[in-house]
Design a protein around this ligand. Structure first.
Ligand SMILES: Cc1cc2nc3c(=O)[nH]c(=O)nc-3n(C[C@H](O)[C@H](O)[C@H](O)COP(=O)(O)OP(=O)(O)OC[C@H]3O[C@@H](n4cnc5c(N)ncnc54)[C@H](O)[C@@H]3O)c2cc1C
Length: 402
């Protein structure tokens, strides 16, 4: 069982096999799988609680519908992990808010049936046999609230979402050989004289000697990597999440619904809904907390109403008391794929570059990283998420469609 220490409640150990910096979904999955490999693991989280930065802002959906084979290979086992959470963690009566209500991509494009048809075919080649292409009125027969203008949908009924806070706390609790220190900031990663090898981590509360360090610091990963002399090619981009209080029009049993034309999405939550939208924001420095822009709820409801017109009626009568707004930062890479693996500095590892998909791929990312650290998985050209891949260089083209 992982031991979780509140800020200052226990002395920091002087040594560890592995120090994981960050107590979000990445750090929690790393602690769980690295500890399972037998490494004595210390997790440092500077906030007074786990899952408090990007992870707490997530809409937390997952989908098996990917047309990128490497991403499918990351997400499919992660979904299985969530489905089997009790057996995987040996935690009984630990609900993680798993709701498999589906994920639906929609488009109004005239060639939508062909485009989404190719997408569904691609998902099938990666072993997803239950994704469906719905065309025209086939969509409205199942989901009467979908607009007449929508021409095609890609849908999988067993996609859905989890509650990331419960996932992270469950993993932290179930992590063997791990102790977690809250309220403890890593101020520098320490290397030997020539900077080629990791020797520990400095914190505000003392130094921990360790031969292996994992950077799982979310938007702050670049800043932390710089203390070890590593220039991490990531940018931090803000994304909003609006939460709307219960409304009669919102189908409580509806799927995660994403309009590929506008990038607006929503999913039901407690009678209301979470809404989000991919927007063209510029990258910034990491920030905590992430400031919000109160024009976002109106913008996202307007965009969502194209595919689901009931959002217009809701937006027209909604009061500010019925909306809450939050924002987090995606840690983005040039090719849209994460960094999972070593760095060229001996003992320094990465689990970052989530591109907004860190919850759905988290468990398999943690498992792979732990296998690499234990020498059970390759960290060369066979690792599609290695740091030194050509496509991760600045200016590269994103390889992921949606
Ligand atoms: C609006 C929104 C919607 C999203 N929806 C989804 C979704 O539907 N599905 C999905 O898969 N993903 C989604 N995401 C993305 C998901 O939230 C992230 O991919 C994931 O939470 C990243 O987790 P992380 O552990 O890497 O980072 P974080 O959660 O940011 O955790 C990093 C932790 O490191 C700590 N830290 C940083 N520096 C230090 C230091 N020096 N010392 C100690 N601790 C430190 C921070 O305090 C923080 O707790 C969404 C994100 C947003 C913003």
């Amino acid at each position: 069982m992982g031991r979780i220490h509140l800020a200052g409640a226990a002395d920091l150990p002087k040594t560890a096999d592995v120090v994981v910096v960050g107590g979000g979904i990445a750090g929690a999955t790393d602690a769980f799988f690295v500890g399972r490999q037998g490494f004595r693991t210390v997790v440092l989280e500077r906030a007074p609680q786990l899952a408090s930065l990007t992870t707490s802002q997530a809409v937390a959906c997952f989908r098996a519908q990917w047309d990128d084979p490497d991403y499918a290979a990351l997400v499919l086992p992660s979904i299985s992990f969530y489905e089997e959470f009790a057996a995987e963690t040996n935690l009984q009566d630990w609900p993680i808010g798993l709701r498999q209500q589906g994920w639906m991509f929609l488009t109004s494009a005239a060639d939508g049936p062909a485009t989404l048809g190719r997408f569904v075919e691609a998902t099938r080649t990666f072993g997803v046999t239950d994704s469906e292409l719905l065309i025209g009125d086939e969509i409205r027969q199942r989901f009467p609230w979908v607009s007449e203008r929508i021409t095609a949908a890609s849908y999988r009924a067993r996609d859905g979402w989890v509650s990331p806070y419960e996932v992270v706390h469950g993993l932290a609790r179930a992590a063997a050989n791990a102790e977690i220190h809250l309220g403890t900031s890593a101020t520098a990663i320490l290397t030997d004289g020539d900077g080629g090898r990791i020797i520990g981590v400095r914190t505000e509360r003392g130094t921990i000697a360790a031969g292996r360090v994992v950077i799982a610091a979310g938007p702050f990963a670049k800043r932390l990597a710089a203390t070890a002399g590593l220039d991490l090619p990531v940018t931090m981009v803000r994304h909003h999440r609006a939460m709307v209080a219960p409304q009669p029009e919102i189908p409580a049993d509806g799927p995660m619904t994403l309009d590929t034309d506008t990038h607006a999405y929503w999913r039901p939550e407690g009678g209301g809904a979470f809404l989000g939208m991919g927007q063209d924001e510029a990258g910034t420095d990491p920030v905590d907390p992430v400031p919000t822009d109160w024009t976002f709820p109106a913008v996202v409801m307007d965009a969502a109403s194209r595919a689901a017109p009931f959002w217009t009626a809701i937006a027209d009568r909604l009061t500010s008391a019925e909306i809450s707004l939050a924002a987090g930062q995606y840690t983005c890479t040039a090719d849209g794929r994460p960094f999972i693996g070593g760095t060229g500095i001996e003992g320094l590892y990465l689990h970052t570059g989530d591109n907004g998909w860190g919850i759905e791929g988290g468990p398999e990312a943690g498992r792979r990283l732990a296998a690499i650290m234990a020498g059970q998985a390759p960290d060369d050209v066979r690792n599609p998420y290695r740091l030194n891949r050509a496509s991760a260089a600045a200016g590269a083209v994103r390889t992921v469609t949606y």
